[in-house]
Each structure stands twice: as C-alpha cells, then as structure tokens.
Design a protein around this ligand. Structure first.
Ligand code: FNR
Length: 368
C-alpha cells in the first residue's frame, strides 16, 4: 500500500513513493540521467563534501529566509526549475506546480516543452505570482522570437536560455521504455504544433539548434526586455564571458545529469566561480543560480553561503506531484521551509544576508 502524505518527511521520500506508483515509462523519463548517471548521482553527493562552520550565540529567535531573485521577492531561496512533460506524472501537468509555487511564494520556470500549453500555465497564475520562461532555441529563429515576445507580453519576468543541450543527452533508462502516450504540447504561439508523431525525443530535438553560439546572445537582448539568464554554464571562463556579453544571470547546472556525463556538479562549479568573481570585483555584476541534486535546506544554505542567489529544484517536485498531486507539492515545499528555519538557526544566521563563505568548510571539494 502507498504511504500517506504525512509519512513523507523529506524530499527523498517522495521519490521512493513516485518510483512505486508512477507508470514505468514516466518514471524512466523523470528519473533518468545521461550514460552511466555519474553526474546525476554526483549532483547530490557533492553537497555531502561541504561541512558547516556554524556560529553560536547569535540570537536566532526570529528567522527570515526570504530573498530576491532577479528583482522578485520570494519566501525562500529556491525556484521550481523547468522540467518537460509534466503530464507524464500528473494528468493536469505543470499547472499543479504553478499552484504549489503560488502557495509558497516561489517562482516557477515554465519549460518550452511543457505538456500544458504556455498560455494554460500563465493562466493558472494568481495575483502577482511570478513566472520565468525556459527557452529551447529553435533553428527557426522566427519561432523563437514569437515565443520570447509572447512570454514577455504575458508577463514572464526572466528568460532562461538553455545552453547545455546542443544535442539531447543519451538517457538509456528512458530509451529502454519508449513512451508515446503523452507528448508535449509545444506551441509556437499561434504556429503549428511540433511534430509529435516521432515521439517526444524527436519533438524535443526540433527545438534544439546545435548552431547556437555566443554571437546569438545580443540578438536575444535586442528582442526582449526580460532579464536573460544562461542555463547550464559549467566553468568560470563562461561566467566571465556571460558578464562581458551583458546577460543578467547564469545557472550553474548540468541539466540534472541528463546531458554530459562527467560534468561537474553545480555546487562544485560555484566554488570555482565565486572566488574569481570576487577577486575581479565582479560578484555583484551577475546573479548566479545553481541547480542539480538540491534535496535539503542544508543544500540551499551551502549554495547561498558560497555566493548563489538561489537554487533550482526539479525532480523532487515532479515526484511529489506525480505521487500526491498538489498536496504533495505543497508538502514538499513546506518541508523545505521547515528545514530551512531550523538549519538557519543551527548555523547561527537569522537572514540570508548573513550567509557567507566562512560558514562552510569546502576543503572536501575536489577543487582544493
Ligand atoms: C529537466 N531539465 C530541463 N531543463 C531545461 O532547460 N529544459 C527542459 O525541458 C528540461 N526538462 C527536464 C525534464 C526532467 C524530467 C528533468 C528531471 C529535468 C533540467 C532541469 O531544469 C534542472 O536542470 C534539473 O532538473 C535540476 O536537477 P534536479 O533538481 O532534478 O536534481
């Protein structure tokens, strides 16, 4: 029998339930990583190499872990990152995540390859709720331009261009359990649907342009006023280039271990990036986000100590949604808030402004 929701005490518990109750094909798509899945496992285990150096006697009666990301105030420093094909896990798809995000005042990043249409996900927004768009760049730039302009017109507050997927990674678990039941409902805002007759992987491929390069970035800046963030940056040289090109942010990410196997974890890259930016006095010129393997509030705190503005979380919310629907997503977010309050207190910080590199011991990271 399936555990009741109250028996889920952390984000890993949702994964265990989802694995049991989800359709095999859906589980394979969500849970898979590239090749030997070394990077996927490393994403979470990298956090285990960082230890805290807590402060004592700090008066931590009142804890406030709200912060801002790209100018938006959020209750807790994570956002729901873009994950394609939400209807594989839940019949209502991504709008379930929209409602959960609203309840906890966190931002949702809408995937280009959502199962719901973009407009459905925007229409599910309530009040001043904020959403961002994750963009896969189509080789046909007119389609891309339409998508971007439509997103801006519909109030999206950030454009996250995925840069770690010039070709789709090989996810063998997924390949072994081909699915064709729920495709993506990608629309070019008024144009034709993506051809889904060849399956989801093909549909996704048509939204990937291996020719995308740095010289394209100014064009994106010319067609939108939304802040532009490069999602999937993996080395300090590219962060510096991103600053020079003039984008507002980067996500240090390896796509949840689904693209290049043996890519380093985002947190490891963050530890490489921040000292260099601080040395140049550039730390405030760009907002740095990290995603991949974030499962505990201690992971979020470690990333913020090292200089991240916020972290993205993907699979845990997909699993919570697939297993329990909105109440699952709600509980997963609440568990993170509860963990956050306790751990901020235990390291001796009452606000995110106080988080800094002296609070972590990173000697276990391979950088050192
Ligand atoms: C993703 N991710 C992703 N990223 C992106 O830019 N566009 C996309 O369409 C998708 N789709 C997608 C589907 C699924 C099922 C997963 C698990 C992931 C990557 C995602 O945004 C993020 O980088 C990782 O999910 C973060 O790692 P965790 O939190 O899942 O460990």
């Amino acid at each position: 029998t399936m555990p009741i929701l109250e028996q889920c005490f952390n984000l890993m518990d949702f994964e265990a339930v989802a694995r049991r109750v989800m359709k095999k094909t859906a589980w394979a798509y969500y849970s898979s990583g590239a090749d030997d899945e070394i990077t996927m496992r490393e994403n979470h285990s990298a956090y285990h190499k960082i230890w805290f150096r807590p402060r004592v006697l700090q008066n931590v009666k009142n804890i406030d872990f709200s912060t801002t990301m790209l100018g938006t105030k959020v209750d807790i420093p994570f956002y729901v990152t873009a994950t394609a094909l939400g209807k594989l896990g839940h019949p209502e798809g991504e709008v379930v995540l929209t409602r959960g995000a609203k309840k906890h005042n966190v931002i949702q990043m809408i995937p280009t390859l959502a199962s719901c249409s973009f407009d459905e996900i925007v229409d599910a927004r309530e009040g001043d709720q904020v959403q961002w768009l994750q963009l896969y760049v189509n080789a046909d730039r007119k389609i891309t331009e339409k998508i971007v302009k439509h997103a801006e017109a519909r109030g999206c507050k950030g454009l996250f261009i995925t840069v770690d997927a010039p070709q789709l990674g090989r996810r063998e678990k997924d390949m072994r359990s081909k699915f064709s039941d729920v495709g993506s409902n990608v629309q070019s805002s008024g144009g034709s649907d993506v051809d889904r007759s060849q399956g989801a992987a093909r549909a996704i491929s048509s939204f990937i342009d291996p020719a995308l390069c740095w010289d394209d970035i100014p064009w994106f800046m010319s067609i939108t006023k939304m802040p532009i963030i490069l999602k999937g940056v993996q080395r300090v040289e590219d962060v510096i280039r991103a600053i020079e090109v003039g984008v507002q942010g980067v996500v240090l990410s390896n796509h949840g271990g689904r693209q290049l196997d043996f890519a380093r974890s985002g947190i490891e890259v963050l530890a490489e990036v921040m000292p260099v930016l601080r040395e140049r006095g550039w730390a405030d010129r760009i907002e740095i986000f990290v995603d991949g393997g974030v499962r505990r509030a201690t992971d979020i705190i470690k990333a913020l100590c090292l200089g991240a503005k916020g972290v993205g979380i993907g699979r845990p919310f997909l699993y919570a949604m697939s297993a329990y629907g909105l109440p699952g997503v709600d509980r997963a977010m609440q568990l993170l808030k509860d963990e956050m309050e306790m751990n901020m207190r235990l390291i001796g910080c009452s606000s995110v402004e106080e988080l800094n590199p002296t609070l972590v011991d990173t000697r276990g990271l391979s950088m050192h």
